[in-house]
Design a protein around this ligand. Structure first.
Ligand code: ZN
Length: 406
């Protein structure tokens, strides 16, 4: 076991070089070509080193609602499924996303060393580093005779950063075929694992009013922006009314020019929930506010969207898995525990599908989703060693971890 783990230590330099190369290929979620390039490179590397089965699937486009209420479709990159030994007694699902939050025209495209140990760059932590951790760990694990006892599936999805709208159904299907899940999101900024996660929903409100000349016929107009201001104020006032629920209005637009009463306005907002029952409460409140706005003469409000991710609540199966991860980390000399977070990820999806999972097995770093994103470069090797040890430990007692699958 030790020689396997130690062999990973020698991989620091090639891992770093590959990470820089991957990070400097833009793969913002809506940059389909870039996401596909990353997916192509990674699936080639997985196949070459792991001799696994590979499937590439195209996904439905992502639909965004424009200010005028019409829909625009954004094609997404492909999803990759890599798998080995589907008949082994224990089936592990590993997932990672190919996309980043940095669009094709972002100014943040290059890597830069901040010091010997710290590399700044787009997606280095979230989560191109994590994808390499997954590959490296599987490659080491496959050298062990114990590998025969575990079958695994890797999903590389292209749309996690927008809430996995098009890959959600595949994640849910695959969750049912596996005993536990491992996801390669970066560790929390203090190095710990994420435990409970909030749920999340994205909504778009569109208001149609009546356009009119601002000078000649102002009285004939019905101002969509003013109605939207009322809507937003009412929605914002829901904050603080229910424990653990927060609502953030993030995008507002509408109107064309100052001498016309605007007949269109749009706002987009995000809701975070703590327990699944919060979703119904939020829907009721939104419905009440929607009715209130729609009572205004000449104004019509339509709500789109919904809750894409339910809260991840920890059950005994989750806790047992977390404990196993913590024990493995302690064996490697790194104490590890878990704490709740307001952020969500595909760990929420797997959890909602009944699959116990630990979702922050990726690298250590920080400032993710900002132009200051960085990785602590030694964590590529450290975290690959951790996943290898987790897999070896699971393989020692596959029957303990396999659950009755339907
Ligand atoms: Zn991520």
């Amino acid at each position: 076991m030790n020689s396997l783990l130690n062999s990973i230590n020698e991989r620091q330099i090639p891992l770093t070089e590959t990470l820089v190369k991957l990070a400097e290929i833009n793969s913002g979620t809506l940059n389909r070509a870039g996401v596909n390039q990353i997916g192509g490179l990674l699936s080639e590397m997985f196949c070459a080193r792991l001799n696994c089965h590979h499937q590439q699937l195209s996904l439905p486009a992502y639909t965004l609602i424009r200010t005028d209420g019409t829909a625009v479709e954004h094609p997404l990159g492909d999803l990759h499924i890599l798998s080995k030994r589907p008949d082994a007694p224990l089936q592990v699902l590993l997932t990672g996303h190919l996309d980043t939050v940095f669009p094709e025209d972002s100014v943040f495209q290059q890597c830069q060393w901040l010091d010997e140990q710290t590399l700044q760059g787009p997606g280095v932590s979230d989560m191109k580093g994590g994808l390499l951790v997954m590959l490296e760990a599987l490659a080491a694990f496959e050298q062990s005779p114990l590998a025969q006892r575990i079958g695994w599936t890797v999903i590389l999805n292209p749309d996690e950063e927008i809430g996995s709208p098009s890959s959600a159904s595949i994640l849910a299907q695959q969750a049912e075929l596996h005993d536990l899940g491992m996801i390669y999101e970066p560790a929390l900024p203090n190095g710990q694992l994420a435990g409970e996660r909030k749920g999340s929903g994205n909504f778009t409100a569109i208001i149609a009013g009546v356009a009119a000349h601002a000078g000649r016929e102002h009285h004939r107009g019905r101002n969509a922006i003013c109605a939207m201001a009322e809507f937003i104020t009412a929605v914002d006032q829901l904050n603080g009314l229910r424990d653990g629920v927060t609502i953030n209005v993030g995008i507002v637009d509408g109107g064309v020019t100052t001498n016309q009463v605007p007949d269109q306005a749009r706002c987009r907002f995000n809701i975070r929930t703590r327990i699944s029952e919060d979703e119904r409460w939020c829907q009721q409140q939104l419905h009440r506010i929607e009715e209130q706005i729609n009572r205004k003469e000449g104004i019509s409000l339509t709500l789109h969207g919904g809750f894409g991710r339910s809260p991840k609540q920890l059950n005994p199966a989750h806790l047992a898995l977390f404990q196993l991860v913590a024990n493995c980390s302690a064996q490697l000399g790194v104490p590890l525990s878990w704490e709740p977070t307001g952020g969500c990820c595909d760990g929420n999806n797997l959890s909602a599908a009944g699959l116990p999972n630990v979702d922050t097995l990726g690298v250590l770093g920080g400032n993710i989703h900002s132009h200051q994103e960085f990785i602590k470069i030694s964590s590529l090797v450290e975290r690959a060693r951790l996943t290898t040890l987790i897999l070896l430990t699971l393989a020692e007692q596959p029957e303990t971890w396999s659950r009755a699958r339907t």
